[in-house]
Design a protein around this ligand. Sequence first.
Ligand code: NAD
Length: 240
Amino acid sequence: MPFSLKGKVVVITGAAGGIGSETARVCAGLGATLILVDVRSPHEIADELRGTGASVQTAAFDVRDRKACEDFLGQVPRLDVIVANAGYCPWDDWNDPEWDDVFHETVDINALGVVNVLRPAFEKMTQQRAGRMVLVSSVAGRMGGLKASPHYVIAKGGVNALVKWLARKGAPYGVTVNAVAPGATATNMVRNQVFDEQAIPLGRMATPREIALPIAFLCSDAASYICGTILDVNGGVYMN
Ligand SMILES: NC(=O)c1ccc[n+]([C@@H]2O[C@H](COP(=O)([O-])OP(=O)(O)OC[C@H]3O[C@@H](n4cnc5c(N)ncnc54)[C@H](O)[C@@H]3O)[C@@H](O)[C@H]2O)c1
């Protein structure tokens, strides 16, 4: 069963959010043992999945806190898969006087936060000589997005570049590193935002499940020879 995650320990950051919680549902359905992380405990999705018989632990910390990330990953006994999904997308204008502060916050969460969780995960996986890392990037980092601000575009472009760097570093150890780059997806992140769905060839935004399924694929043994790829899941907005 190459798509199965049975027996795999899967860490998902941003697990309280739309894409993270749906990824948790899909991975639980594929048999994963889950460790769900968010800035506040993702207890609602954890309770829901425990109710279906899944094995789920939770942790609450800010991915900007390097020590918290290292302490957390240091005490995880085994780690087969990590999904670096936590993210933040402000919709401000770069002319705003506070924009520089928001720039740092956005890059800290979306780029440095990813490094903070992947660095200790990488250490563990290279020692195990096996592992899968799946980063959640964005179409914004591929082609500028439909309406994203430049701090988010810069951060997600950095995530796409990091995939290549880390994939080369991990491959000799059997650690694969890939990303899913979603287009506009119906979660809290885009609540109150209006997208021109005519600009999307498939004519609509994605559901969180349509992003979670490709993430779960990259987590599975079915993706064993995929290394350093950014999988575009955007309804045709950007065709690589
Ligand atoms: N929704 C979209 O249209 C869309 C499009 C492209 C990419 N993405 C990316 O998908 C990922 C998931 O986003 P979503 O749409 O589910 O949004 P969401 O807002 O529903 O979920 C994001 C989650 O990340 C968590 N988070 C934010 N900052 C954190 C921090 N500092 N430490 C720990 N956790 C933190 C939030 O608490 C939240 O639960 C993000 O990386 C986002 O950039 C989303």
